[in-house]
Ligand binder design. Sequence first.
Ligand code: NAP
Ligand code: 3JM
Length: 340
Amino acid sequence: MSIRKYNVAVAGATGAVGGAMLDVLERRDFPIAELRLLASERSVGKKLKFKGEEIAVQLLSKDAFDGIDVALFSAGASRSLEFGPAAAEAGAVVVDNSSAYRMDPEIPLVVPEVNPHAIAQYKKRGIIANPNCSTIQMLVALKPIVDAVGIKRIVVSTYQAVSGTGAKAIEELKDQVMAYADGRDMSHEVYPHQIAFNCLPHIDSFLPNGYTKEEMKMVNETRKIFEDPSIGVTATTVRVPVFYGHSESVNIETGKKITAEEVKNLLQDAPGVKLVDDPENLQYPLAVDCAGKFETLVGRIREDESIENGINLWVVSDNILKGAALNTVQIAEVLIHEYL
Ligand code: NAP
Ligand code: 3JM
């Protein structure tokens, strides 16, 4: 039996996430017939490598999706709003990495380890949304606990890498570190303050309730993906001077008592999770260890002694892979295997 191959477009192929999508498609041997790379006019004609071949970038436009089966978008929310519906109209199924459609009730929001069944709803609009990076890794770690004992409330603080802001932010952190080492003054453009040797409790813009949009993404996306509007979630999202890998301190109140040992056993075999929890031997999840890995690392699992049914965890994942490119490609894999 020959395996069907698909025509795939990557919108935003020249970006940090788009480049990682090409790597992931290659590493997972996604069955591709034609690969169409799309970006702004700045990149038209630029060549990118895929499986040893050079492919020229074309302009992202409404008529760029003829004959495409699956369109992976990571060119920013406004481009998703402008070109996503045209891609769906042309017959492609769009998997969108931006925040543009995540909370639209007609559009599924999917982490394949958590709610793959939601993908079936893609038929309504031809679009599937990929959650925010910080939500994805937290839910991969919490899914087995939700299934075992339920979760009533989540208190999360994040320590997010600059790569989540894109290529310019990576340069800004490097420049500031170099300036410090040379005894020069530091400048900043991408972030509102110095990021080197600092922590900024500010990701995305502020809302009237005092939270940032990034924080409310974690609240609202968690409720939608777990299909539980009653779950309590409160988040503080912080940008830290780390290049790759988001870390999260996650405190949960469970529905029923579960011990730390039981949580470790659940996570030992959980899909997408690697348990790294041996503090005596200095083994715990680290941002510098997660880069390039597909798994979400979970450790420091212990009971919260201040409440009856509480657990603390430390969750680390490559924000560009599981947080974006990998999750998108995994959604596309379920889509082609089960629905196309
Ligand atoms: P990036 O490195 O700045 O790349 C942006 C990409 O979008 C480039 O390919 C760029 O093409 C393209 N683009 C920008 N303006 C365009 C336009 N007017 N028309 C066509 N293409 C345009 O950013 P990134 O870090 O890869 O992130 C890209 C997007 O992915 C973000 O804006 C966000 O929506 C999403 N994202 C999601 C997550 C998540 O948590 N799931 C994480 C990170 C990013 P040129 O090279 O031609 O400019
Ligand atoms: C992560 O178009 C934009 O301004 C995109 C900004 C952005 C987003 C977003 O809101 O789509 C940058 C980095 C995200 C995200 O995943 O929510």
